[in-house]
Ligand binder design. Structure first.
Ligand code: NAD
Length: 259
């Protein structure tokens, strides 16, 4: 793998690391290729890598990503900015590709079907009024939910927004879809599951409503208005993102770094 592209946080320090890296990559025969890269190197934080995956979503089959963090190690990033020499030395030796499944979201709007992808999570949220929606698992009715919304996350996103709403953290060895309520209403008239629900990776979750007026589908850092949508289906694995792993980073050391 020799053709690369750098996606960098627009900040002085990250840009200076990018310049330093470009010079060092030349010494191991790596060539900058904006149009047809095999490797995308991000410099910044977890968000920088998340944004890069969406920017290059049409290239996912042919590229791998590797992240350099300008702070401490992140969930998507395997090197820090003071390890550039180590990164270049490891790159010269080579590594293996690890594929991570994305969440696919199919939004139904009358006869139209719209397709979106997320790495961390897709969540339907309504901060204007109580969102009523029905939850179906593989076509089977589960419950009627009332509250602010529902978050569907993948293993990799279990430590992101999902964690802030008391969802479970899922070990990196386990692929799953997790359904977590966002401010669900629970009293003697209305009740929904409340507990996070962890599902087999082949599961299809459908969220349906007569009205998604005021609701947004927020997926990673992006969002769309759902006002004409009546149903969103969530599945895992239709698309994958490939990470280049040059050295082992223990999942629990990443987790420890989060606190
Ligand atoms: P960002 O890049 O500033 O990210 C927000 C925070 O989430 C950062 O601290 C980032 O390091 C962390 N993060 C992102 N992905 C993570 C992961 N898989 N595991 C652990 N931490 C992770 O903001 P953005 O560019 O808008 O990124 C969107 C992501 O940020 C969303 O996918 C969402 O999960 C996360 N987020 C979290 C909260 C929250 O926890 N309350 C709120 C908004 C966004």
């Amino acid at each position: 793998m020799k053709r690369y592209l750098i996606r960098c946080r627009d900040q002085h320090f990250s840009l200076s690391i990018a310049n330093e890296l470009e010079t060092k990559l030349k010494t191991i025969g790596y060539v900058l290729d904006e149009k047809n890269p095999e490797l995308i190197i991000t410099i910044g934080g977890d968000g920088t890598l998340l944004h890069a995956i969406h920017t290059d979503i049409d290239k996912l089959d042919s590229v791998s990503f590797v992240g350099i963090h300008t702070g401490t190690l992140g969930f998507f990033t395997d090197y820090t900015s003071d390890e550039i020499d180590q990164f270049v030395a490891d790159l010269a030796v080579g590594g293996h590709r690890e594929s991570v499944p994305l969440i696919s979201m199919h939004c139904y709007n009358g006869g139209l079907r719209h397709e979106l992808y997320a790495i961390n999570e897709g969540r339907i949220e309504n901060i204007i009024k109580t969102q009523v929606m029905e939850v179906y698992i593989n076509g089977e009715y589960l419950e009627k939910f009332r509250g602010n919304g529902i978050c569907i996350s993948a293993q990799i996103g279990s430590t992101a927004y999902n964690r802030s709403i008391s969802g479970a953290i899922i070990d990196s060895q386990i692929q799953a879809l997790q359904l977590t309520e966002i401010s669900g209403i629970h009293h003697k008239f209305y009740r929904s599951l409340k507990s996070p629900l962890i599902l087999h990776p082949d599961t299809k979750i459908s969220l349906r409503s007569d009205s998604f007026d005021g609701a947004m589908l927020v997926y990673d850092h992006l969002n769309i208005d759902l006002h004409k949508t009546t149903r969103v289906d969530f599945t895992l694995g239709e698309k994958e993102v490939h990470f280049l792993r040059l050295r082992p980073v223990n999942y629990f050391s990443r987790l420890r770094n989060l606190f």
